[in-house]
Design a protein around this ligand. Structure first.
Ligand code: ZN
Length: 318
């Protein structure tokens, strides 16, 4: 809506990209120097070493891990493989979310389509039995929900890590299918996550527009008992909804939730089995062309990730 472009304009793109080559090259330069050292004259090495810090860029670590995550946000979805292994070590957890763990659950998996038998297997969700996972939806032009959810998860991870959070993804496109919904819940539980957000986009009919956040219902049965997460999950969900509306300019869904952008469901294994504060967010309707135009836009997905990260940050008091 009207907040669309007013606050900080697309800050990450041009301002940070110049840092990327520097960060990317630095470990290689260091290794190169180390390898050269034994074979070179000590004086020559000394000269190089002295010249390095003086001529090099200003101190990287002092200003929090801001540079590398923002650069990663710009990169293609496969941001993780391209990260230099040294980067995390160079960026010790500092910032308002230091010491906090966030689990982001990218809904579905692009490989689920090819693994019908595996994902149709029934798993125990405490209150019921349900399919391991589903394929998710696509836009009319074939952009998959699973691609969308993983891309937004990468972007949100980058933003949250920049605030010092430890971020765990339930999968990172590395597996052929799944994980199953019970495993997705278990990953959040075993990580003792302070907040868990499952990222999705809906597949409703055209004309249905907007986002909604799904909160756990009170359920008890088998391994499912949501009593303790109801309150904090609602808090998380409300913060997510308001921040998502602000950063994306999107409206709450016009087809459910009564215009609140909040829906309570008791049939989702990922919520029923969670022992940690957890919500789902359906970022828009892939089957509506206007929503799809947003969902397929990398710029819009960055805004979506920002809203999710801001909502989580507010919930965690960061
Ligand atoms: Zn979904």
């Amino acid at each position: 809506m009207r907040y669309d472009d007013s606050p900080p304009p697309p800050e990450s793109a041009s301002s940070v990209s110049p840092d990327r080559p520097w960060f990317a090259r630095r470990p290689a330069l260091a290794v190169g120097l180390a390898a050269l050292a034994p074979t070179c004259l000590a004086g020559w090495v000394l000269t190089q070493v002295l010249a390095g810090p003086g001529s090099g860029a200003p101190q990287p670590a002092g200003a929090r891990p801001a540079a590398s995550p923002a650069a990663a946000a710009d990169a293609k979805p496969s941001a993780s493989p391209s990260r230099p292994p040294a980067a995390p070590a160079a960026a010790p957890a500092k910032g308002p979310l230091a010491g906090r763990t966030v689990v982001i659950d990218p809904g579905h998996n692009t490989g689920n389509f090819q693994h019908g038998r595996e994902i149709d297997r029934q798993v125990d969700i405490g209150t019921n039995r349900k399919e391991c996972d589903t394929t998710g939806t696509t836009t009319n032009s074939g952009y998959m929900e699973a691609e969308f959810s993983l891309d937004v998860a990468h972007r949100a991870r980058t933003l949250l890590e920049a605030k010092g959070a430890k971020v765990v993804l339930t999968h990172d496109g590395e597996r052929p299918w799944g994980p199953c919904i019970d495993e997705r819940a278990r990953i959040g539980n075993e990580a003792a996550a302070d907040a868990v957000v499952s990222v999705h986009a809906d597949g409703a009919s055209a004309g249905n527009r907007g986002f909604h956040v799904i909160l756990p219902a009170r359920v008890k049965g088998g391994a499912a008992d949501t009593a303790k997460i109801l309150g904090p999950s609602r808090d998380l969900g409300e913060r997510l909804a308001s921040n998502f509306a602000r950063t994306t300019g999107s409206s709450p869904a016009n087809y459910l939730g009564g215009g609140t952008g909040l829906v309570v469901r008791d049939d989702l294994g990922g919520l029923n089995l969670s022992t940690r504060p957890k919500v789902f967010i359906e970022c828009g309707n892939m089957r509506d062309d206007k929503d799809a135009a947003q969902l397929t836009s990398p710029e819009w997905r960055q805004k979506a990730a920002q809203g999710i990260a801001d909502g989580i940050t507010g919930f965690l008091g960061g």
